[in-house]
Each structure stands twice: as C-alpha cells, then as structure tokens.
Design a protein around this ligand. Sequence first.
Ligand SMILES: [Cu+2]
Length: 313
Amino acid sequence: MILGASTFVEGVDNAFMVILGISFFLGIGITLTIILFLFRYNQKRHPKAVQVKDSIALEITWTIIPIILVLGMFYYGYVGWIPMKTPPSEGIEVTANARMWSFNFRYENGRVSDKLYVPVDTAIIVNLNAIDVLHSFYIPAFRLKEDMVPGLPNNRTWFEATKTGTYTIFCAEYCGLQHSYMISEVVVMEPEDFWAWYEDPDAMVPEIPEDANLALLGRQVVERNGCIACHSLDGSTLVGPTFAGRYGETIRVITGGQEREIVYDAEYVKRSIYDPDADITVGFRPGQMFSYEGEITDAEIDLIVEFLKSLNE
Ligand SMILES: [Cu+2]
C-alpha cells in the first residue's frame, strides 16, 4: 500500500483489500478446482461421463456464495465512497483551475498558487474548474480522484489531510500531448504555518527589488503557468510558436480572416495572452491557447516581456 494521508484512506484501502482478497480466493480456488478435475475426471480414470441433473444444493451454493461476495464488495465500496460525496458544510474553499497542461489554485482572498497549500486536519472544499478540456484531479496519497469537466456546474470535491508533508497531484485524464507533465503538489502544513502563508501580503503581490533580474522573474512566471509546454525556448516548434528570437521581429498573423504583418511587441504579447485568438500566428491553429485573463496580471506580463527580450541576447 502506498502511503496514505487523508480521512479517505481507510475506506478506500479496506475496499481495495476486500476486493483483492476475494479475487485471490476465487483465482486460487478456481485454479485448484481445475487441476483437481483434470486428475479426477480425465478419460483414463473416468472413462464414462456422468450426467448430473437437478442438484438443488449445488444451485443454491453457487448462487448464495457469489451474492455474499459481491454484496461484501459493494458494502466496502459504498462505505468508502459515501464520505467522498458528502462534503462538510464548513471548510476552506479553494478553486482548482486546470488547463492544458498545468494546475493552479485560487483561494478566497485572491491568492493564486501553482501548488495547493492546505492546513492539516481541516476540511478543504475544492471547486474544480477545467478551462479547456477534460482533466481529472487525482491525489493518490489521499485516495482522491474526481473528473474536471469544462462547464459542469457544481463540479467539486473535498478532502481532509491527516499528515503534514508534500504529496503529488496528477491529472488522471489523458488531455493531450503533454498530459504526463501535468503534475503539481499538495503541501500539507501545520495550521499556523498555513495561515501565515495565506495571510502573507508580500507573497500575494511579490515586491520587486530595485536590482532584481526581471528576465529571470519573467521566466518564473512562464514556467509557473506551464507556457513552455507549448512554447519552446530553443527555437523548436511545439504546439505554439517558439519564444526564442521572436521579440521585436515583424511577424505574420491572421486577424479576422485577413493575413497581415505585425510587430511582436509588448502590446502584441499582452493581446496574445489575454485574447489568444485575436491574432493567429500564421502556421498555427486557433483555439489551442486559452485566455489567461484574471490569472496573469499586467505586472506579470511586463515580466514575461522582459524575459522574451532576454531570449534575443
Ligand atoms: Cu489534464
């Protein structure tokens, strides 16, 4: 059993062990019976076949025993599943946004993070928001998995972590090319540490020191938001055009069906991030990149621009 760290672990692991136990019982039992019959009823020992007719006892046995086994599996499955479907009324609400191919988490005070920070022994209610396609929110250590369906109302789940530590979050629904890179972490902290993190205003609007390397900060924004799943930094073409050597160039885009030339400047970068389909870069398809409006701030876009400039040096 892999390590478990939520209130769901016991219910799910019990169901798993019961089903595994029954599977072993049947698998081994059936195999042994086959072997036994091979010896006992082969043609040498048992040359004349016997017809068995109307054995009520046998019929009842092979009806009752499987019913008990199947109901046993159902019982443990149901008891483990019910708590997942009944979120408590009180808890910390977080919205999990999923897009190709990254997660981010928005808290009620507006804080956004690419990792899910939560306090231990506290109910966390997670509103699941798929921005583009189907994803699935999966935390194996919590035995929690819930599909994220674009546009589905009331798409939510919840959990209560029981151990501090860092656990992996996977996307468990094949969602395209870089699906296997769609990984994040849930960091379970002592409540004091969590509330300190949550209320830390510096962490909300990171203050940029005078001598900061803006290009480096921009690179962090780009990495944190998963842009490099689609935009390479080395000139190669992925789902979208490369970031390398493009800034300041005159490029060709399609705007409202008309091909035109445009300068790849700060204005263009901002429009590409907030309204990606306004100008479609020639050679690429619309509808691949989804708007980051409300997720990436103007200040962060300035940093991205600094980073793109630095790629020309
Ligand atoms: Cu996904």
